[in-house]
Design a protein around this ligand. Sequence first.
Ligand code: SAM
Length: 469
Amino acid sequence: MLILLTNDDGIESPSFRDLSHHLSGLGRLVIVAPDRNQSGKSHAVSDFHNPPRLHELGPDWYALEGTPSDCVHFAVNRLLDNAPDLVISGINMGSNLSEDVTYSGTVGAAMEAAIRGIPSIAVSLVGQPPWQFDAAAKYTRILLNDWLSRILPDGTFLNINVPNISFDRLKPPLITRQGRQITPPFQRSYDKRTKGFWKANSRNSSAVMEDHHAVQKGHISVTPLMADFTQTSALTALGNWPNFQDKKDTKLRERGLTSARSRSRMVSEQLIKRGISNQRVLKVMQEIPRHQFVDEALASRAYSDATLPIGEGQTLSQPYTVARMTEALELNGRETILEIGTGSAYQTAVLSELCHTVYTIERLPLLGKTARRRLEMMGISNVKFFIGDGSQGWPEQRTFDRILVTAGAPIVPEKLTAQLAPNGILVVPEGDKQSQYIMRLTRTAAQELIKERLEACRFVPLIGKDGWE
Ligand code: SAM
């Protein structure tokens, strides 16, 4: 296991000694930290034209002339051969609670790691010097035992605040939410220590289950954070503003049939109730205007629990099936996906939001061309299109992290399994022409294929050389 340690207090921070002591049994520890104090630098990165300079101080011990986020960036992109399994930012000399997390360099570094899909935690001590790094380092080690055997939703990182007291006096950790500041973070008053006129001195809300409340009571506060700042509850409200909608949608919207509210209902009634739990999948399906992928005359039915015609005798699968197959792909945002059966490109649009690039193949030229134009008009640019027989895979020889087939195959086409990368997942409906099962094939690192049957489904046939006649 490879652990990257960083902070915003700088490479001289004594906290590295205690962290190294408590974490040493876990694997290789690499320290890359700013060469000086970078507190309050948030998620800033340095000028890309003048990359920060790195100083090697010893084995796996580096000082960077940059910000905490630079340290993560630099370690991952330049210094280390493999991405770290974990990034720990801290132990910060001072709390990072409520909205202070938006100023914090400690939190900024952990966020940078989370954005790159690397598990990360920010650890801070709450109180005044002398700092009890040993207690926080010891707790970090205990937390890692749990952390390493569990899975958190993608993009999550943990913000941990530990009261600055001895380990024996610490109260058990509480899972908290980020609290709020109820006075401005900086007050205008003369500060003797810094000889400045602005003093960091906010008062925080102290409701039960909030970070500040937990540490005030002597507990360790553990807050799950993420870099996605979207205020999801405002999506519905904004979606109902007249000027944010396509004009031709107006009538339907007035009847409430294509609005964000219909999508919310679709998500809660058809997806969550039937067991779809991947938050990223739910979010994307809440956002993508499904009614724009079908003929205007059918738009009012776009959010119903039904398969819809898309012309040329083909269909758009019901929302649940799209969600179930997407969830089965277990996407983390970095994958390259091959999709067979572009159809209306609704599924393509969903995938495009959840991965790096989608390569999609449609057999019928009219559908393929309409789909391409549709996604271009929506500003979706990470999709490559091909018209042809998808049962033969992508025309160039290459592999994909994920493959999704949205037409029913008699047996899983061999050309597709051949294009599945190690650790890749292929999801495909397999069966006779009338009914199939959604199958998931996982290629292990040892190149073995594990096949699972997920559930019954009904798709139009995959027509082609390795499909139906
Ligand atoms: N995922 C699509 C969507 O979101 O609208 C719906 C796909 S529809 C159920 C199946 C599609 O697979 C049809 O558009 C059909 O023309 C296409 N298809 C069938 N056989 C194919 C093949 N061999 N290669 C590529 N596309 C194929």
